[in-house]
Design a protein around this ligand. Structure first.
Ligand SMILES: NC(=O)c1ccc[n+]([C@@H]2O[C@H](COP(=O)([O-])OP(=O)(O)OC[C@H]3O[C@@H](n4cnc5c(N)ncnc54)[C@H](OP(=O)(O)O)[C@@H]3O)[C@@H](O)[C@H]2O)c1
Length: 306
């Protein structure tokens, strides 16, 4: 029998989608938090010893950017230390490790030329979450098992905790909604990421072929083409959501969106003003292209949630 892919974070936005995609062609084990708590690293070691994976996929993370400021220890454990452990396990077993990271490893201070960030640009995170994720990336690169690290951005979907779902909930109860207009990024649909990663892993035959992964090892940006502020994204969400069969936006409600600056919103964590990602390297290496964010939003609103 084939040894399974072990997927951590299978209940998250990307993980849930990925579990379905991968599960269509390879056995997948996705232990939930009550089976393997990533804040307790010893549980990971024990689980992997029993599961004997052919590939490890880590879609888990402590993703609450503001909560990470208050609980840096857990954020550093889950986002920084666990990736190191997974990399050591993958190295020792000579299997591949797939990991996700974030645009928030960048500081956004690109001056007058805001070209989308490339993989070679120097990271300089502004908050605990970004630092913890950068630590995870660095630990994997240093340990150097066959690995693919996909940095994505502003993940949305019709399930889980994300800006789109928060906005729809607010629209049901508020007449005025303030949204920051000075943080620019690339909103990316969780399913688009999962489809791309699944296709890459299938093409590489990753559970059978760590060598193919080794040849492509590295960091790849995987985000929607284009960039927009949260305010601009919110405008399109509210104009398109009423036509979605899957979004329960109270009919007849037309909340007013107000563009505000980050200074006037009490974020606990500092956030960069510009973190659009260029996914050109992933396109060159794997022949995949993620559609523009507007198209991804439209597809998301018309697709049945997984
Ligand atoms: N969300 C974004 O906007 C965004 C942007 C850029 C990059 N990313 C990266 O993309 C990846 C996936 O993000 P996502 O949005 O899909 O994440 P998500 O929806 O927040 O899900 C996080 C997953 O990690 C699990 N997890 C967190 N702490 C855990 C712990 N102590 N023990 C066990 N499981 C734990 C969660 O389990 P529970 O369901 O039990 O909580 C959940 O399955 C992450 O690496 C993230 O950093 C996300």
């Amino acid at each position: 029998m084939e040894r399974p892919i072990v997927l951590f974070g299978g209940t998250g936005q990307i993980g849930r989608e990925l579990r379905l995609q991968l599960g269509a062609w390879w056995p997948v084990l996705a232990p939930p938090r009550d089976q393997v708590n990533l804040a307790r690293p010893e549980e990971v070691t024990t689980y992997l010893r029993l599961a004997r994976p052919s590939l490890i996929v880590n879609a888990s993370a402590f993703t609450d950017v503001d909560a990470a400021e208050a609980d840096a220890t857990t954020a550093m454990t889950v986002n920084g230390h666990i990736p190191l452990m997974l990399a050591e396990e993958a190295f020792d077993r000579n299997i591949g490790l797939v990991h996700f990271s974030t645009d928030l490893v960048f500081d956004g201070r690109r001056g007058a030329d805001p070209a989308p960030y490339r993989e070679g640009d120097a990271p300089n995170p502004l908050n605990v979450y970004g630092r913890s994720m950068l630590r995870g990336e660095s630990a994997i690169a240093y340990t150097d098992p066959p690995h693919l690290i996909f940095r994505t951005s502003r993940v949305f979907g019709l399930r889980g905790s994300n800006f789109l779902m928060d906005l729809v909930a607010l629209a049901g109860s508020h007449d005025d909604i303030n949204v920051v207009d000075d943080q620019i990024g690339s909103p990316t649909w969780s399913r688009a990421v999962a489809i791309a990663v699944n296709s890459i892993l299938k093409d590489l035959d990753a559970p059978r072929s760590p060598i193919a992964m080794r040849e492509r090892s590295g960091i790849y940006h995987l985000a929607a083409a284009g960039a927009v502020s949260w305010y601009g994204f919110a405008e399109l969400v509210l104009s398109q959501a009423p036509a979605s069969p899957y979004v329960d936006l109270a009919s007849g409600r037309h909340p007013v969106l107000r563009a505000i600056s980050s200074d006037s919103y009490p974020f606990r964590a500092a956030r960069p003003t510009y973190t659009a990602l260029s996914s050109r390297s992933a396109a060159d290496a794997f022949g995949i292209d993620l559609p523009p964010w507007e198209q991804q939003l439209q597809s998301c609103l018309q697709a049945q949630p997984a």
